[in-house]
Design a protein around this ligand. Structure first.
Ligand SMILES: NC(=O)c1ccc[n+]([C@@H]2O[C@H](COP(=O)([O-])OP(=O)(O)OC[C@H]3O[C@@H](n4cnc5c(N)ncnc54)[C@H](OP(=O)(O)O)[C@@H]3O)[C@@H](O)[C@H]2O)c1
Ligand SMILES: *[C@@H]1O[C@H](CO)[C@@H](O)[C@H](O)[C@H]1NC(C)=O
Ligand SMILES: *[C@@H]1O[C@H](CO)[C@@H](O)[C@H](O)[C@H]1NC(C)=O
Length: 204
């Protein structure tokens, strides 16, 4: 049979595979999820969201503010944090939203932040460890820790532990860690903790 474009375009296989694809997509489709449909009210509760100036963290903080919680945005940039603070207050009509600076890659910063929270807050009901980053450059912090590991794990781990007593006193309290499916691919090698023997995806 002679090859022709129209022959390829009108081949019945296209119809069959399009119908199969359509069915698969339909089967995979989940019902829409609307967090606002959940009626929980957080009046009287205090929440901290790290990395709350953008992305997932900002959305979580806005939702908690809508539910009337006292919300502390824990951000590393005064400027970006202030912009989010104003946006969240305006959209939620909740003025009980506050900004506290913290850089999760610095243990000293985390200690200072936790100290301020422990001094100033009467209770802490929700801690969302959301701040994090992937694809950071190969670098060490001034405290001698590998930058990605310090930012995503050591800082949040220290923070959680320093706030734990306050949270226990506020029981029932909740800690939420925002993670990544990529963690399945990792293995623990203690030599990595100080940046030794690490390979980075971007290394050539
Ligand atoms: N989106 C995804 O598909 C995905 C997938 C897997 C995991 N995650 C994880 O989910 C979390 C939120 O993701 P996202 O998409 O919302 O990310 P994003 O838009 O990049 O926001 C990350 C937030 O973390 C803050 N942050 C980063 N490093 C920080 C540090 N050293 N100290 C304090 N804050 C820091 C950022 O602050 P600045 O604005 O100042 O940089 C920002 O507020 C992250 O932990 C991310 O690793 C996301
Ligand atoms: C969340 O992070 C904290 C601090 O790193 C850790 O102690 C806790 O086990 C984590 N929770 C879960 C469910 O992984
Ligand atoms: C780095 O890896 C090499 C080879 O696996 C190993 O011999 C060495 O001990 C590692 N370095 C550290 C600090 O663990």
């Amino acid at each position: 049979m002679e090859w022709s474009w129209t022959g390829v375009l009108y081949h019945p296989g296209w119809v069959v595979s399009t119908v199969i694809l359509g069915l698969v997509v339909r089967m995979q489709r989940k019902g829409s999820w609307n967090p606002r449909a959940c009626p929980v009210d957080l009046t009287g509760k205090t929440a901290i969201v790290t990395g709350a100036n953008t992305g997932i963290g900002k959305f979580i903080a806005l939702d908690l503010a809508h539910r009337k919680a006292r919300v502390i945005l824990a951000c590393r940039s005064q400027e970006r944090g202030q912009a989010a603070l104003e946006e969240i207050r305006r959209k939620s009509h909740n003025s009980n939203v506050h900004l506290q600076l913290v850089d999760t890659s610095s243990l000293r910063c985390v200690r200072d932040f936790a100290h301020r929270i422990n001094q100033e807050e009467k209770r802490l009901d929700i801690l969302v460890n959301n701040a994090g980053a992937s694809g950071l450059p190969k670098a060490m912090t001034s405290e001698g820790l590998e930058l990605s590991f310090a930012t995503n794990h050591l800082g949040p781990f220290l923070l959680t532990n320093l706030l734990l007593d306050l949270m226990k006193r506020s029981a029932p309290a909740r800690i939420v860690n925002v993670s990544s499916a990529n963690h399945w691919r990792g293995v623990v090698d203690f030599s990595h903790f100080h940046g030794e023997n690490l390979t980075y995806r971007l290394d050539s």
